[in-house]
Structures are given as C-alpha cells and as structure tokens.
Design a protein around this ligand. Sequence first.
Ligand SMILES: [Zn+2]
Ligand SMILES: [Zn+2]
Length: 150
Amino acid sequence: MSSSVRYPMCPNDGFPLIDVDGAIVCSVERADALIGGQQVTNATNANGYLYLNFANGASMPLTCPCCGGRLHLRGLSHEQLGQMLAGRNVEGFRHGEWVGGDEAGQRHPIFAIQFSGQEDLSARTIQVGLDSVHCIQEDSSYRENGSELH
Ligand SMILES: [Zn+2]
Ligand SMILES: [Zn+2]
C-alpha cells in the first residue's frame, strides 16, 4: 500500500474506514468484532508475514504502517514478538498517523493494538498498517488455501 490518499474517518469513533470486498467498514469495529478481547495463542509465519493467531481461530498478519510490507521491528525478531504476545488478550485499539521523514511528509494511517499486561502501555502496544485489519481472517484454516494479502 503506497498511496498517500487520506482515509475517510468513521463518524462514530474517528477510526479510519477501510474497504473490505467492496464494503466500507470501520477498522476498529471490524477489529473489535473479530479479535476484541481475544487471547493470542501463538504467532506463525506464512506468506512472508507474521500472523498472530487468536483463541477464537481468527488470525491477523502484522503489516507495516509505512509501506504495507511485513512489520519492521526494532531489535526484536518476529519470533520474539510472537513469544511476547502469546497468552495476552487484546485490550483495546487506537489509531494514529505515521508521517514520513522525507520532504513529502507522506501520512499513513496507523492502527494500534493494545494487549493486556503489567508493562507500560507503550511496551505492550503494537502498531500496524490498516492492511492488517483488512486481512484479519475469522478462521486461520482459510489461510492454508494459499490466499494472499491484498
Ligand atoms: Zn467506527
Ligand atoms: Zn515499512
């Protein structure tokens, strides 16, 4: 996802709206319906992405807010992130913007997921791109059919 088009916002909560199979839906309402309160069971690599798997069978790929590729993690491997998040529950969602460091200052929406735990909130929050919300799957077995991120 490389466009700098600003996303329209949901009038109810201010979260970005996303297009899922032709339907305009609110990112946080979709995320809450699919993974709200859910416990992370583990993390798996598939299609070049790290997926968080949840107790209800849902899964979510971790994408980067700036480029839509796989999430870049500073000083942490994907496996370590998976281990850190396993057993935690999704506690809440926030949204923000990542602003590019180049002169264009491109803005990209960020979707943040807060997990349960004792640490400072920032230490148990991960920021992903809206593609992650778009690509949440209700049952991770669908992924085995070779479907790709879009
Ligand atoms: Zn909404
Ligand atoms: Zn990136």
